[in-house]
Design a protein. Structure first.
Length: 231
């Protein structure tokens, strides 16, 4: 995007929170700071809905680099879904497309960049892994770690977005916020169908229980779901 659709003051606060989250050595603090950043962006985006005159949803490219591209796309998709966007992966081109309204896409891009840094830092802190025969399990561990991390983060962000939507609707009873949000979701879905008429599902799997537990330590199990690929 050539310019951000987000108020510079809000953007500055969010970036400062995410920078602190990326620099701390304490996972709990990083999660709290990231949650606060998302809360600010989520409420800002919701408040803009009744006044947004910038047109319909757009398509924005995000690079999905190796290693572990499937897991990284799963993280992007989870963040997009939690912020009223959809993500499509062009696997062989190494790029994903985020479809959504400008302020929502800005939220997705900010959070993805920061959370990928946080996830990678936490993942590398576990070091290399090997099985009982000494064979390397590092790649399987890290792939599973990132998938579990993405699922946990996606669930938390989705819950937070839903809470902000409920709070905004309760603060202004009788407004058209709920139907407006549904209308925007429908527009995003139509935009995806128009831009990508031939899609297929992409399944992700876990091959390291240790990676799953390490990446999703706060949850009993991860629901890895599905992403979508350009056919």
């Amino acid at each position: 995007m050539s310019s951000s659709p987000v108020d510079p003051k809000v953007l500055g606060r969010v970036r400062a929170l995410l920078a602190k989250a990326e620099s701390t050595d304490f996972p709990e603090e990083a999660e709290a700071l990231t949650a606060k950043a998302h809360q600010l962006m989520a409420r800002y985006a919701i408040d803009q809905v009744p006044h947004d005159t910038r047109g319909g949803p757009g398509l924005h490219s995000v690079a999905i680099d190796a290693p572990y591209p499937a897991a990284k796309f799963h993280l992007l998709g989870a963040i997009a879904q939690a912020n009223r966007c959809e993500a499509i992966w062009s696997k062989h081109e190494g790029v994903a497309t985020v479809v959504g309204f400008p302020v929502d896409v800005a939220t997705v891009e900010l959070l993805y960049t920061s959370l990928l840094v946080q996830a990678t830092t936490a993942m590398l802190a576990h070091g290399p892994r090997a099985d009982h025969r000494g064979r390397s399990r590092t790649r399987a561990f890290r792939h599973s770690f990132l998938l579990a991390f993405a699922t946990r983060i996606g669930q938390r962000l989705a819950e937070q977005t839903a809470a902000e939507e409920r709070a905004a609707a309760a603060a202004e009873p009788g407004t058209a916020l709920v139907p407006l949000l549904q209308e925007r979701a429908d527009e995003v879905h139509r935009a995806v169908g128009d831009a990508f008429p031939r899609l297929r599902t992409h399944r992700v799997s876990v091959s390291s229980g240790d990676g799953l537990r390490a990446g999703n330590a706060a949850a009993e199990q991860a629901d890895l779901g599905r992403g979508r690929l350009v056919s």
